[in-house]
Ligand binder design. Structure first.
Ligand SMILES: [Zn+2]
Length: 168
């Protein structure tokens, strides 16, 4: 296993962010040509996730593990990847990666975050994490609650986040 576990095509930016939040090292560069994505996946032994039939076939033809996600929304794509590749659909800050750059997170010290987060975060002694690569700060808040609710919906197998199905 190389540096990346997943390589995600340009159309799947939301999926790339989520895989990083779930702790999976994910390569995402919307400007990378198809050929480069296949090469990176091949070199890294990574799974290539794509909505592009041509790219899927090119990767498969080269023996690269690829998952074809055309027609699937984010929730369905995550559910499929979770089931097929054992991606745990839960947030654990000890292995969450920066959704912006795939960097690892570490606990930030109080002096590092003073003046950079809302005062309430420090007052309530909430843990703050910093990306070791880009310096972006993360802390538990309403956004995290929404993300957890979204994941819970995935695990329960409910339809809440997928397109409504017509009754046959
Ligand atoms: Zn970062």
């Amino acid at each position: 296993m190389g540096e990346y576990e997943f390589v995600v095509d340009a159309m799947l930016g939301d999926l790339a962010k989520w895989l990083r939040i779930l702790g999976r090292s994910t390569y995402y560069d919307p400007h990378a040509p198809d050929e480069a994505l296949v090469e990176i996946a091949e070199r890294e032994g990574a799974v290539l996730a794509t909505r592009d039939r041509e790219l899927y076939e090119k990767a498969s033809g080269r023996g690269v593990e690829a998952v074809y996600l055309a027609g699937l929304g984010l929730a369905e794509a995550l559910r499929l990847i979770g089931a097929r590749y054992g991606v745990r659909l839960g947030i654990d800050f000890s292995d969450t990666r920066c959704p912006l750059c795939n960097g690892r997170l570490r606990r930030a010290s109080r002096s590092e975050v003073e003046g950079r987060v809302p005062p309430g975060v420090l007052e309530r002694r909430k843990p703050v994490f910093v990306c070791v690569s880009c310096g972006h700060l993360y802390w538990p808040g309403s956004h995290l609650k929404r993300m957890k609710a979204f994941l819970k919906g995935l695990q329960s197998g409910g339809n809440a986040f997928s397109a409504p199905r017509s009754r046959a």
